[in-house]
Design a protein around this ligand. Structure first.
Ligand code: BG6
Length: 277
């Protein structure tokens, strides 16, 4: 499949974004001429696999469900590996849409609910807003999880810390344990894969003690912190091999529990990323 992608520009500030219709994935966001997102040099952009980098949206399951209605779906669900349609687009904003019509037979069979996802990407000055509306168009209630799997580009992971997670008991997926965070400056110094539930504070990514990105959230109360470290060598679509030093995933999500969406209702999950440096 040929890559279907388009660009947005905020003419007053010159900030730009590029969006792949496959997986509704923002693959580039530049502010003041600087790239803010990490995209693997080996990311597969032809629609045969979810894109390794940028902001792939995760829906209706985070990770792999072992039981329940999402059990037959692949890891992180179907939103990131289907072709979305463009519902609206102007210079600095676009809305993409995904419904059962766009799903593969396998995905429809695995998750049979009627739904509509509307994903709006808006550039405004040094901010990028990504807003996912989940509409339940079915006569049955359904349960879901969702997450915006943002890969941030950083100059050096050794100079990066994340603020806003102190005091939270997180699930450490590397050691399969629960640990209470005791730092206002959380760093990745080895493989990191953690789910911080119910994060109240504003989360900020610092580089060399300066705020580089601020993340505001609505409907996305949890934060996943992920860096594969040298384990990225085992991923066929991750390059360069030391690219883990130039990325950190700080993922705003609704993932630590299942969210029930009643028939006919909608849920809004939004993040606003503000580039400070
Ligand atoms: C993170 C998960 O959100 O995504 C990790 O917490 C996972 O466990 C990572 O490894 C990448 O997932 P994938 O399916 O894109 O390789």
């Amino acid at each position: 499949m040929e890559m279907k992608a388009f660009s947005l520009v905020d003419e007053s500030s010159g900030s730009k974004a590029r969006i792949s219709q496959f997986g509704a994935t923002v693959i580039s966001w530049t502010v003041r001429g600087k790239e803010r997102l990490f995209l693997s040099e080996k990311a597969i952009l032809d629609g045969s696999k979810a894109i390794r980098g940028g902001i792939p949206p995760v829906f209706p399951v985070f990770g792999k469900a072992t039981s329940g209605p999402c059990a037959d779906l692949p890891q992180h669900g179907f939103a990131r590996n289907h072709l979305w349609t463009v519902k609206h687009k102007d210079t600095s904003s676009a809305t993409l849409r995904l419904t059962p019509t766009e799903l593969s037979k396998e995905a429809r069979n695995a998750w049979s609910y009627d739904f509509e996802l509307l994903y709006t990407v808006t550039l405004e000055g040094s901010k990028l807003t990504t807003r996912l509306e989940v509409h339940n168009r079915d006569t049955r209630d359904f349960e879901f999880q969702t997450l915006l799997h943002t890969y941030f580009r950083v100059n050096s992971i050794a100079d990066v810390h994340v603020e806003g997670l102190n005091g939270i008991m997180y699930k450490d997926k590397v050691s399969s344990s629960e640990i209470t965070e005791r730092s206002e400056q959380v760093m990745c110094t080895s493989e990191t894969d953690r789910v911080y539930p119910r994060v109240k504070d504003t989360v900020r990514i610092h580089e060399k003690s300066q705020v580089s990105i601020e993340i505001q959230r609505e409907g996305l109360e949890d934060i996943v912190l992920w860096n594969p470290w040298t384990g990225c060598e085992k991923m066929g679509d991750f390059a360069p091999a030391d690219g883990y030093k130039n990325m950190v995933c700080v993922e705003a999500g609704a993932v630590s529990k299942w969210h029930t969406l009643s028939a006919g209702k909608q849920y809004v999950a939004q993040q606003v990323l503000a580039a400070r440096l």
